[in-house]
Design a protein around this ligand. Structure first.
Ligand code: SAH
Length: 220
């Protein structure tokens, strides 16, 4: 990859700092999340032709009919995941281009990321390697199954919306663990935070969101 991590002009640190100012205005307050997003070059996760738009608060295409989540939603989900207790071991469903993965990798000890589209997973793995983020395990699989060999997780974050939360994900959440997940269909989705307690699951509805659908099966 020839592109510079450093960035210039529309991909520079200055541009990233303006993105952080906007995130604060939108209500993001977790200092660790904001610090990591200030340092992480988002432009290297998207196509070179789109790099100059990488710091706008929009979702951008990453190929295969998928999109990189907008900065606000990445920040919001990460903040919700970290708010109660800092998780050590996090399962991510829907690696996509790996930007959310990179943010998580700098905030928790170990990330396990599952993606159903093989080329996206491979590209994300290369970019994270280039950024020297090596505490991430990748798996090409249908995220409905979670990652049973590594369970339980004290955090689970899903970047695609199922109509109902897959049972396996609930089972793989540790007691005290938190799952942040959009649920719904094209007609409407809501972001949920599920907390597993000794007695069952607490469900908080956070806000309306718009994610790509959670699809079953894998694609090569
Ligand atoms: N946070 C990612 C979001 C990518 S879009 C980013 O910013 O790039 C959501 C991703 O979820 C897509 O890459 C899609 O292929 C993946 N996905 C959808 N359903 C899935 C499933 N059942 N298992 C694993 N990945 C899934």
């Amino acid at each position: 990859m020839s592109r510079s991590i450093e960035g210039i002009g529309m991909t520079s640190r200055r541009t990233r700092e303006r993105m952080i100012t906007r995130l604060r205005q939108q209500g993001i307050s977790n200092q660790d999340v904001l610090a990591v997003m200030t340092e992480t070059p988002r432009h290297i996760f998207v196509d070179e032709a789109l790099a100059s738009r990488a710091y706008e608060d929009i979702a951008l295409p990453i190929g295969h009919n998928q999109t990189i989540s907008q900065p606000y939603i990445v920040a919001k989900m990460t903040e919700l995941l970290l708010e109660k207790n800092r998780p050590h071991k996090v399962l991510e469903i829907g690696t996509g281009c790996g930007y959310q993965t990179a943010i998580l990798a700098q905030l928790v000890d170990q990330v396990y990321s599952v993606e159903r589209i093989a080329p996206l997973m491979k590209k994300a793995r290369d970019v994270l390697w280039q950024l020297n983020l090596k505490t991430v395990g990748f798996k090409h699989s249908d995220g409905s199954w979670g990652w049973p060999e590594q369970a339980p997780f004290d955090g689970i974050l899903a970047a695609a919306a199922p109509q109902e939360i897959p049972q396996a994900l609930l089972e793989q959440l540790a007691i005290g663990g938190v799952m942040v997940i959009p649920v719904g269909n094209e007609a409407g989705q809501l972001l949920h935070r599920i907390t597993r307690t000794q007695y069952g699951f607490e469900d908080e509805v956070i806000e309306p969101v718009l994610f790509v659908p959670f699809l079953s099966g894998v694609s090569r």
